[in-house]
Design a binder for this molecule. Structure first.
Ligand code: SAM
Ligand code: SF4
Ligand code: SF4
Length: 340
């Protein structure tokens, strides 16, 4: 296979597929209720790619070099029988890993079926262990215990590793960082801290609310000394550390303070079949039109290869160079639409 590379020689290796733009939480940094309230308009059923359509597109991506696929959303476990899609994707030649990112609220009832279908890895988003902070950040009445039960079920089902993603916002949940680290030290889950990003246009992002990965690492390292782990894979988004006392690993995703655009090998497919070559891309490429318009796999493959070859995105690196807080002139896509 000839590697498909973009204008900065980055190969196409990972695909994130959003399977729905709906969610049962309203995290204030992602789907604030002011913008995603009762009258919010979501994609209609017929606009969503079917499982067959998603699997077909995934097969074409695999033929272009994609090895790793992550299902996301919105909340991917809201899509009925998502395990059927997992099985379809796991069966594709060349796909070595199928993973899923979820808010965990529906995971307890699904973990076993997902594992049986071929899912290997799951990432659960969890921003606090304090009930009040959790409910306030996620703007929900769903109890935190549901998420914790989901994490336990994932471990019991043998999903490995189970990663826990915590988005940290200054003044909102930064006081919960040490408690999170303590809870997951010495456990099989791998905790990762994510810098709050300026995705979309509805969350009112401000640079002052970003707690940098360096600041977090110093605070945790002061309490429990850390040492770096050498990265083993191009496109790894987290900088990994291990506790010196042998209590396991933690990671930091420093998308804002130290962008990793130079090694970004990731494409994103929205629930309605638009291909985005960057999390911050304002416009996607309509692959659904090809899929539903009778294109052959060869035509679809050529289209995707052309899109990737023309790719020159490096939004976060540009933002960092231009000093943070740049206002994007065009309307950026929302995180709940593209799935992070
Ligand atoms: N609903 C699922 C979940 O929450 O895990 C999957 C979709 S969610 C959009 C994917 C990830 O994006 C979550 O880990 C979430 O915390 C993260 N996220 C959403 N908005 C973010 C922001 N503004 N900055 C950083 N991470 C964000
Ligand atoms: Fe839903 Fe995930 Fe966004 Fe929270 S981060 S609102 S759980 S899509
Ligand atoms: Fe990749 Fe775009 Fe994020 Fe840079 S800003 S790491 S190119 S998704």
């Amino acid at each position: 296979m000839i590697a498909t590379v973009d204008r900065f020689s980055r190969p196409l290796r990972d695909l994130r597929i959003s399977v729905t733009d709906r969610c049962n939480l309203r995290c204030r940094y992602c789907m604030p209720r002011e913008a995603f309230g009762n009258d919010a308009v979501f994609l209609a059923r017929k606009e969503l790619l079917s499982f067959e359509e998603i699997a077909r597109v995934a097969r074409v991506f695999a033929s272009l070099g994609v090895e790793k696929i992550r299902l996301t959303g919105g909340e991917p476990l809201l899509r009925r029988e998502i395990e059927v899609l997992v099985a379809m994707i796991a069966a594709i030649d060349g796909i070595s890993e199928v993973a899923l990112t979820t808010n965990g609220t529906l995971l307890a009832g699904k973990a076993r079926a997902l594992r049986d279908a071929g899912l290997r890895r799951v990432t659960v988003s969890l921003d606090a262990l304090d009930e009040e902070v959790f409910r306030s950040m996620s703007d929900t009445r769903i109890p935190l215990a549901r998420v914790l039960a989901g994490i336990d079920a994932a471990l019991e089902a043998g999903l490995s590793p189970v990663k826990i993603n915590m988005v940290v916002r200054r003044g909102i949940n930064d006081h919960c960082v040490l408690a999170m680290a303590e809870r997951f030290r010495g456990r099989p889950e791998v905790l990762r801290f994510i810098e709050y990003m300026d995705v979309g246009t509805t969350n009112g992002w401000r640079l002052e609310q970003v707690v940098s990965a360096g600041e977090l690492r110093d605070a945790i390292g002061e309490r429990w000394p850390l040492e770096p782990i050498v990265p083993d894979r191009l496109g790894d988004v987290a900088t990994r550390y291990r506790y010196r006392d042998g209590a396991g690993e933690i990671g930091f995703i420093h998308s804002v303070s130290a962008p990793f655009c130079a090694s970004c090998t990731r494409a994103r497919l929205s629930a309605e079949g638009r291909l985005h070559t960057c999390l911050f891309a304002t416009r996607g490429h309509d692959l659904r039109a090809f899929v539903r318009g009778g294109a052959t796999d060869a035509q679809l493959s050529r289209e995707i290869a052309l899109i990737w070859a023309a790719r020159s995105d490096r939004y976060s690196a540009d933002r960092a160079e231009e000093t943070a807080g740049r206002v994007c002139a065009e309307k950026k896509i929302e995180m709940s639409y593209i799935g992070g």
